[in-house]
Write a protein that binds this ligand. Structure first.
Ligand SMILES: N[C@@H](CCC(=O)N[C@@H](CS)C(=O)NCC(=O)O)C(=O)O
Length: 159
């Protein structure tokens, strides 16, 4: 594990670290990316924006797992009332008049966003209520047959 952190993707025994770099690589390999440099960068922007939410969400989960209910509640209030809404609004605005975040097909950025936000809304049902276009995108991705199957069959974890 080169940096002592997960995730690490091994390809022919060679390690690739950093979750967004891994997703971008898999997107290219599986034709879930676009060639246009600007559209591609806008997809990166969306994924990085959502990835920036992770430390906030992780703090809440760690406080809860550590048994500090008060802290978890305080962090959750701050996250769902201050941190999350502007991000949801901007991502929803970005979907005005378009089906996917970059180009005219589903890319890894859409899957990345759907992965994070579907987990958020599983914890906090109303997270996507003010972002109807974003909600539709998330639902469309999680209903893809292979993804729906994986979500049903994957092992339960506390995260
Ligand atoms: N920016 C990295 C962050 C990697 C990271 O911090 N991973 C955490 C788990 S989510 C980890 O392995 N922590 C173990 C440690 O720091 O000892 C990524 O997105 O892959």
């Amino acid at each position: 594990m080169p940096y002592g952190k997960v995730p690490v993707l091994y390809v022919d025994d060679k390690p690739l670290c950093q979750s967004v770099a891994i997703c971008r690589y898999l997107g290219r390999v599986h034709d879930l990316s676009v060639d246009d440099p600007w559209e591609s960068a806008k997809g990166d922007e969306v994924a990085d924006t959502v990835h920036d939410l992770l430390p906030h969400a992780a703090q809440m989960v760690y406080a809860k797992l550590g048994g500090d209910g008060e802290k978890a509640k305080m962090l959750a209030t701050e996250f769902y009332t201050s941190t999350l809404p502007p991000v949801m609004r901007e991502l929803d605005r970005r979907l005005e008049g378009r089906e996917w975040f970059c180009g005219d097909k589903m890319t890894w950025s859409d899957i990345f966003v759907a992965c994070y936000l579907s987990q958020l809304s599983a914890h906090h049902e109303s997270s996507l209520d003010a972002a109807p276009r974003l909600k539709t995108l998330v639902e469309r991705v999680v209903k893809l047959p292979q993804i729906e199957k994986w979500l049903k069959e994957r092992p339960e974890t506390p995260m």
